[in-house]
Design a protein around this ligand. Structure first.
Ligand code: SF4
Length: 317
């Protein structure tokens, strides 16, 4: 079985979830808003990095291309106008904060490239061999130091100290570093761009009934009607609030002991997954990130009958 970082994460969260998702290719028909938002931001960032690769690219033109790509992705995913405003505000701020510096310092080597890697036992080269695969957001080379770095973009609703600390032991980052090492001979680490989704809500105006009720409840009767915000006003408010607290860049060079540990763990996990016959339910994680999207299926003993509107079986490619 060819594994990705997300499939390994899914196996570690709940083996049954992994089985439905990666073995049976059963997926919920309703996509999560958080995933759609992340994909729209991701599309804009991909565009920025593609243009960063060209020496002649101009910041203002790239800004417009990134907005356009985000807009197209948002339309495909039916993202709300409110979320699109937030995505645009983040991309705008990202360009203001990083474009000039990145262009001066980095050669963009690859953007959104697929890789496959072999995983062998670090102890014995003659053991089983597994294949892992993934997508790099980008690989860059620092012109001053000649070092290769992987760029990893992550959108998150909440960014805690623990979230940022975990980056140091993140399986996906380690896999990417290993893949760059195999392809280019060395890799200094991962530049982790964590992009925090603003929590702002668009202000809506009052209905006639709400206004009349508020007026009636007021002692003086002198009440000003609450008017809703336009999309432009909302965008401007979000953009004004988005600063470097929403765009957190961490450069992570894993310690040697951690990288060594990762190789053993990755081999052990690949081996475990490939030898698992019974994919057990881990019910302690059913509600850990909201209600698990496979809850209905689990409660129906894995039977899709009667759940056709909730799940579909997708081809694995
Ligand atoms: S509902 Fe619970 S047991 Fe079922 S797949 Fe999700 S996490 Fe696993």
């Amino acid at each position: 079985m060819v594994l990705s970082a997300s499939s390994i994460n899914s196996f570690q969260t709940c083996q049954r979830m992994f089985y439905y998702d990666k073995v049976k290719h059963i997926h919920p028909t309703e996509k999560s808003d958080a995933l759609d938002f992340g994909s729209v931001v991701h599309k804009g960032l991909e565009c920025i990095f593609r243009w960063l690769a060209f020496e002649q690219s101009e910041k203002e033109a790239v800004r417009q291309y990134a907005f356009q790509d985000a807009l197209t992705e948002a339309a495909e995913r039916s993202l709300s106008q409110e979320d699109l405003c937030k995505a645009k505000a983040l991309l705008d701020a990202y360009i203001d904060l990083y474009f000039d510096e990145d262009k001066a310092l980095f050669d963009v080597v690859e953007v959104e490239k697929w890789f496959t890697n072999e995983v062998r036992s670090p102890k014995s080269k003659s053991g089983e061999c597994y294949t892992v695969q993934g997508y790099w957001d980008a690989v860059i080379r620092n012109r001053m130091t000649d070092e290769y770095w992987v760029i990893e973009h992550k959108t998150a609703g909440v960014v805690t100290d623990g979230y940022l600390q975990r980056v140091n032991i993140d399986l996906q980052s380690m896999m990417y570093i290993e893949a760059v090492k195999q392809k280019y001979g060395s890799c200094a680490g991962v530049i982790y761009d964590v992009i925090k989704k603003p929590k702002h809500e668009m202000q809506t105006g009052e209905t006639d009934e709400e206004f009349e009720a508020r007026k009636a409840a007021s002692k003086t009767g002198r009440v000003k009607r609450k008017v809703g915000e336009s999309l432009t006003e909302f965008y401007n408010r979000v953009r004004a609030a988005v600063d470097d607290g929403y765009l957190i860049r961490q450069m992570v060079t894993p310690r040697q002991e951690i990288a060594k540990e990762f190789k053993s763990e990755l081999y052990a996990t690949c081996r475990q997954i490939n030898h698992t016959k019974t994919f057990c339910k881990c019910t302690c994680n059913c509600l850990k990130y909201g209600t698990c999207e496979y809850m209905d299926l689990c409660c129906n003993a894995g039977n899709l009958y009667g759940l056709e509107d909730k799940y579909s079986i997708d081809a694995p490619f």
